[in-house]
Write a protein that binds this ligand. Structure first.
Ligand code: DC
Length: 203
């Protein structure tokens, strides 16, 4: 069994990193952690009235099993609490333990290759144009019956990009040794195949 093999996948909202991460985890039998869910769970607790750092310190795995974490309001709040250094610090150990688990792990987020797992064996940075990302997110949200417009989704995506890239602590950026995959004009199956090929060379 592979031990301590970590794949770090970072990128902005709706770049395709979540889909690629799940496909890689299924292909190699690795465990998968969507680290955005940690920040979304903290954001949801803050919207319910909790203090952000306290919410992060008290987070339990069950808090991640909640469909309500997928709403645009929670996404925006997640991006806001993610700029608070004490919130980020409270979530580091959980992510690093997950990355070190036996059998291999894929973590996706914004700072996995740069801060959480700088020693990851494979680092990918997944991007796509803001228009394409907003269009994917719009299709996803309206498919779930949410009352959203493309313009609102695009402005949410741009606001989160600016906040996530502009914060002082662990901003969204590619690690120097990350391979970049631009999914703007790429079928997801091709992006997965490229990622699988890269990982195969490192196992
Ligand atoms: O991946 P996502 O869209 O579910 O993430 C929601 C927010 O959480 C994102 O806008 C910024 C924050 N986040 C972060 O700061 N660091 C991570 N590793 C993952 C997410």
């Amino acid at each position: 069994m592979i031990s301590g093999f970590t794949v770090a996948i970072d990128g902005p909202a709706a770049s395709g990193k979540g889909t690629i991460s799940k496909a890689i985890a299924a292909h190699f039998g690795f465990a998968h952690l969507d680290t955005g869910l940690l920040y979304r769970a903290v954001g949801a607790k803050v919207l319910a009235g909790m203090e952000p750092t306290q919410a992060a310190l008290e987070l339990v795995p069950d808090d991640l099993e909640n469909d309500a974490l997928r709403t645009p309001a929670v996404a925006q709040e997640a991006s806001k609490v993610a700029a608070i250094p004490t919130v980020r610090a409270a979530l580091v150990d959980f992510q690093r333990s997950f990355a070190a688990r036996a059998g291999g792990a894929v973590l996706d987020g914004r700072d996995i290759g740069t801060v959480i797992c700088p020693e990851a064996q494979v680092k990918l940075f997944v991007t796509a144009s803001a228009d394409v990302r907003a269009s994917r997110r719009f299709t996803e949200l309206s498919g779930k019956g949410m009352d959203v417009t493309f313009e609102d989704v695009l402005s949410d995506v741009l606001a989160r990009d600016a906040r996530d890239m502009g914060r002082v602590d662990a901003p969204l950026r590619p690690a120097e040794d990350a391979a970049q995959i631009d999914t703007t004009d790429m079928a997801i199956a091709d992006a997965v195949a490229a990622a699988v090929a890269m990982i195969d060379t490192k196992i």
